[in-house]
Design a protein around this ligand. Structure first.
Ligand SMILES: [Fe+2]
Length: 448
C-alpha cells in the first residue's frame, strides 16, 4: 500500500472527532430532561456532570495550546474531573448544586464552536500537517470522549428503564450454555505495551514495551457464561467465605450481594438458590437470563468463582499471550491476525447494547484457539494496574494513569460491545476497582 493510499483510507482526526461527538450526543439523546440530575451509580457524578464534562475536558486540554481565552472559567472547573472514590466514601451533592441543562448546553455549544473555528484553519486536522504533540492532544480528546461514550452506557444501564426515552426492548434467543474447555498455551514471551519510537498514539500507561516470559498454562476457551456462573451460585459460592478474600467478603456482606449486579431474581425468593428464576437486566428491559452470554461481575466475584473452580484469574501477561501469541513466536496485532476489526470478529464498536453468546464469534479466535477475547465485555486480570518500564505521565494530564497506581485497581483487557474500534489496539489497558460491579466486564480462568 502506498503512503498516499494509506492517508486516504485513514479517517482524519476531524471526522473522528465529529463521530465521537455524535456518539456521546446520541447517548444523551436517550434521556428526558428530568433524568439529567439522577445519579444512577452511587460512586459517580449525576448525569448532568457528564453533559458538561466532555466539552470542559476538550476545552481545558486544547484552549491553552490554541491560544484561546475562556468565557466561563467556573464551568471549566466545575466540569473538569470525574470521581472514583476508594474505600466507600460517596458523593453527597444534591441536584440543586448543579446548573440548569440550558446553561450547560449553551456552554457546550460555545466551546464546540470556538474550538472548531480555531481548528478549522485549512490543514490543521490533517495528520501530516499537524505537529505530533497536537495530534496527541486531539487523539486524547477523541478517545477520552469515546471512553465516556462507553462509561455513559454503564451509567444509563443503571438508570431505571422508565427514566430513559423508550427504545426497542432487548432479545436473546434460547441458546444453551456453550461447553467450556481448557486450551493449552505453550510457554513464550508476551510483549506488553508499545514503544514511543513507533510514533503511534497511546495513553501514557501503554508505554514503553515490556517482554514477559510466560510459562505454559491452560485457559478457558470461552469467557465464563451466565449458565456456568449459575452453577457457582447454586453451589453456594456466595455463602462460602473460604472462596473470598477477607476484604472481598466484607464488601460483599456490606453490599448484601448474593448474585451478579446485572441479574434480577424473579419468582421464588429466599435463601435456597435452587429453583430461583433469574432474569437479566438489559439496557431497555428485563429478559430471561441468557445462559450463553458472558457473566458480568466485579473482579472480587470473578476471583471467588475462579477459586471455586480450582483455578485463577489470568495475569495481564497470560491474557496477552493467550490473545496475541502464536505457536511461531511472533505476536499478532489482533487475536485473529492483522485484518482490522469487523463485526464477524467480535461484539464491539457500539454495535449492540447487550453482550452476545460467548461462542458467537469463532472468526475472532486467537492463534491458540481462544474465543471472544476482544469485545463482548472487558476481561478481568489478577494484575494490579501499574506503570510499564519507561512510563512517563502526559505533562498535560499527569493524573490520567498515575492517580490509579494505588494498588487498588486491576487491569482489564479486551473491550466491550460499547468499546470503540480505536481502543481495540493491542497495548490498550483499562482498569477498575475490584468492587465496582457496573462495568461490562467478564472473565475467564487459567490453570498454571
Ligand atoms: Fe473524563
Amino acid at each position: 500500500m502506498t503512503s498516499q493510499t494509506a492517508t486516504r483510507l485513514q479517517p482524519t482526526l476531524r471526522s473522528r472527532l465529529d463521530e465521537a461527538r455524535n456518539r456521546t450526543d446520541a447517548i444523551f439523546g436517550l434521556l428526558p430532561p428530568n433524568s439529567f440530575y439522577d445519579r444512577p451509580i452511587p460512586e459517580r457524578h449525576r448525569l448532568i456532570f457528564y453533559l458538561g464534562h466532555l466539552e470542559a475536558f476538550d476545552w481545558n486540554l486544547l484552549a491553552g495550546p490554541l491560544g484561546l481565552t475562556s468565557s466561563n472559567p467556573a464551568f471549566d472547573k466545575l466540569f473538569a474531573f470525574g470521581i472514583d472514590p476508594v474505600g466507600g466514601g460517596l458523593p453527597g451533592d444534591s441536584p440543586r448544586d448543579w446548573p440548569d441543562i440550558a446553561l450547560v448546553e449553551k456552554y457546550n455549544q460555545h466551546v464546540r464552536e470556538t474550538l472548531d473555528r480555531r481548528l478549522g484553519r485549512p490543514g490543521v486536522f490533517e495528520s501530516s500537517a499537524l505537529p505530533s504533540a497536537d495530534r496527541t492532544l486531539l487523539n486524547v480528546a477523541i478517545e477520552h470522549r469515546l471512553m465516556h461514550a462507553e462509561t455513559l452506557a454503564y451509567l444509563l444501564h443503571n438508570l431505571p428503564v422508565e427514566r430513559k426515552l423508550p427504545q426497542p426492548g432487548p432479545s436473546a434467543g434460547p441458546r444453551p450454555t456453550p461447553k467450556q474447555r481448557p486450551v493449552m498455551v505453550p510457554a513464550g514471551l508476551a510483549r506488553l505495551g508499545q514503544s514511543r519510537e513507533a510514533g503511534n498514539f497511546g495513553w501514557d500507561n501503554e508505554f514503553e514495551t515490556d517482554e514477559v516470559f510466560v510459562p505454559a498454562f491452560s485457559v478457558d476457551v470461552f469467557p465464563v457464561s451466565n449458565g456456568q456462573y449459575l452453577e457457582f451460585i447454586e453451589g453456594g459460592g456466595y455463602e462460602d467465605a473460604t472462596l473470598w478474600t477477607a476484604e472481598d467478603w466484607e464488601w460483599k456482606r456490606r453490599q448484601g450481594l448474593d448474585h451478579p449486579h446485572f441479574w434480577v431474581r424473579a419468582g421464588r425468593s429466599g435463601v435456597a438458590h435452587a429453583g430461583t428464576h433469574w432474569q437479566y437486566r438489559a439496557m431497555f428491559g428485563t429478559i430471561p437470563l441468557p445462559e450463553s452470554w458472558p457473566v458480568y461481575v466485579s473482579q472480587a466475584e470473578a476471583a471467588a468463582y475462579a477459586r471455586w473452580a480450582g483455578k485463577k484469574l489470568p495475569t495481564e501477561a497470560q491474557w496477552h499471550r493467550a490473545a496475541y501469541g502464536t505457536p511461531q513466536g511472533a505476536e499478532r496485532s489482533f487475536p485473529w491476525g492483522e485484518d482490522p476489526p469487523e463485526t464477524a470478529r467480535g461484539n464491539f464498536h457500539h454495535q449492540n447494547w447487550e453482550p452476545s453468546a460467548v461462542d458467537g464469534h469463532p472468526a475472532g479466535a486467537s492463534a491458540f484457539g481462544v474465543h471472544d477475547l476482544l469485545g463482548n465485555g472487558w476481561e478481568w486480570t489478577s494484575s494490579v494496574f501499574g506503570p510499564l518500564p519507561g512510563f512517563q505521565a502526559f505533562p498535560f494530564y499527569p493524573g490520567y494513569s498515575a492517580n490509579f497506581f494505588d494498588g487498588k485497581h486491576f487491569v482489564m483487557k479486551g473491550g466491550s460491545q460499547r468499546t470503540d474500534l480505536c481502543m481495540l489496539r493491542r497495548p490498550f489497558r483499562n482498569w477498575f476497582q475490584p468492587h465496582y460491579p457496573y462495568v461490562y466486564a467478564k472473565f475467564r480462568c487459567v490453570e498454571d
